[in-house]
Design a protein around this ligand. Sequence first.
Ligand code: MN
Length: 285
Amino acid sequence: MPSNIKSLINDLVIANRILANEDVVDAYGHVSVRHPDDPTRFFLARSLAPEFITAADIMEFTLDGEPVKKGGPAPYLERFIHGGILESRPDVVAVVHAHAEDILPFGLTDGTPLRPVIHSGSFIGANVPTWDIQDNFGDTNLLVTNVAQGQDLAKTLGDNNVALMRGHGFAAAARSLIEVVRMSVYLPRNARALYRARQLGGEVKYLHQGEIDARNRGYSPYSVETWRAWHYWANKAGVGDMVTRPDAPTAVSKKGAKIAKTKAKPAKKAKPAVKAKAKAKGKKK
Ligand code: MN
């Protein structure tokens, strides 16, 4: 296995552990990442609660949700969420699907739109559409269990970062694992702040578009500030010793933690293409 893929899978394991520890996912919910050398494939764990996932549990899929290796372990039923979004959004590298409780009310009523109200919530983007599986598929068990449903969800997501799924959860899409994890952690936090503000009464002040734009301009995936959160969350989740920076092959380590045994090589090859695409997309807007 090439070293950049090994390091990406290592990051995918960290992402799973962070999302579990931060209560974004529980027994259900998952995170995927696009194959850096083949945009028609992605990595996602086998059907297992994220807090147990190790590199050995990661499987490779084609965008129609088929495992590349046949006869392997049972995959997630809802892998079509990932395939659908990665297929429709070439700019997207990583996808999260989860059922975080605090966001659920916003998918059930149009009384209060879920939009950024706190600075760390800015990354969810100005518009968070709600997808209702009922609209095109009638009465279902609400799970996204085939390609058509995954594509329909992706259509509602459009160019946005997050879509709510009525009565179910959310899907988030971003240019990197770090970014999608960060978005998925702050999305419920933003939802809690908004919900509480509504209880206090008065007019809710959402972030202005200019404020959201200013936040985005200041973002870089491997800046000291971004890295600080990733390292903190990983350490809190018990996987601080697995953290490596793609642009610095030496493992980051907290006091007392072991330096990662397998020094991940820089995943440089994957990054410039992603950045370039993201930039091109930014300019269009
Ligand atoms: Mn689900």
